[in-house]
Design a protein around this ligand. Sequence first.
Ligand code: UFG
Length: 322
Amino acid sequence: MKLLVTGGAGYVGGVVAAQLLDAGHEVVVLDDLSTGHADAVPEGARLVRGTLREAAFGVLDGAGFDAVLHFAARSLVGESVEKPGLYWDKNLGESLALLDAMRRAGVNRIVFSSTAATYGEPESTPILETDPTRPTNPYGASKLAIDTALAEYARLHGLGGVSLRYFNVAGALLEGGRVQGERHTVETHLIPNVLKVALGEREKVMVFGEDYPTPDGTCVRDYIHVVDLGVAHQLALEACEPGVHQIFNLGNGNGFSVREVIEVCREVTGHAIPAEPHPRRSGDPAVLVASSDKIRSALGWKPERDLRAMVADAWAFAQRAR
Ligand code: UFG
């Protein structure tokens, strides 16, 4: 297939673009490089630099694309609280421009990177796709609005859309000569920050909150390996059905606390990794764990890589990327 990958210069988009190339697809990446890196675009893909508003139609029109994988987004919860307008504009506004460009160009399949943040603070766990969506920040709200737009475009314009609601993505792609992983300029995620301590780039890891109603008092999250996530995208692409919008959670279905994650990082790196308690980070739900039963039964997806593999691959990448 000929595929447009928006945000293919970012962590997840770059990894999935590489997997799609290795599966034999033709890939064009559209990215404004506002948070991504040109050298994260995998070899074999063509990079078009531009925003979705500026460039989507020019790239798609008459070019014979079969589908779009839409990763491009602003994705920092804290930043979204400080600058809600930016998130509505970049996430929702540019996604609508993309959807209209797809319509005009006659491209009617899309796989979209949605998020666990669309659910907000869950009432029960594990989270099902049918659970209430009450996002607690503009990031989650803007992603939920895009899910809603996809449902409307499916119903009214015959779009075939799949939203994948990612939980906590980790790990790296280190297969087939590829070396791709997480390289955020502003790093807020737990695993890369813990590994920075093992690399000697930071003295201690900050543990945000030890008084949550969880077994060890720290937040529990559901971690998924980026390579398993990429496999889900390939299945989702095949499952796009005209006139239908489907939503699938994407997690491993297991919860690990912040303390457990740090412990696995100690075991993998052999480094003591000192940890220091800090106050809660605002907006962090205590427990976020996905039910992935729907994608397992509907698409036959199954995660193959556990937390230890995620940390080992992230560690191998972090050491090479220094
Ligand atoms: N944490 C620390 N120290 C750190 C970094 C994180 O203790 O240095 C804690 C956080 O407080 C949280 C857990 O580790 O309890 C995981 O934090 P991450 O930032 O790695 O991930 P989040 O669960 O906050 O974020 C993920 C996605 C977001 C999405 C969100 C939904 O990365 O895109 O889930 O709530 F919005």
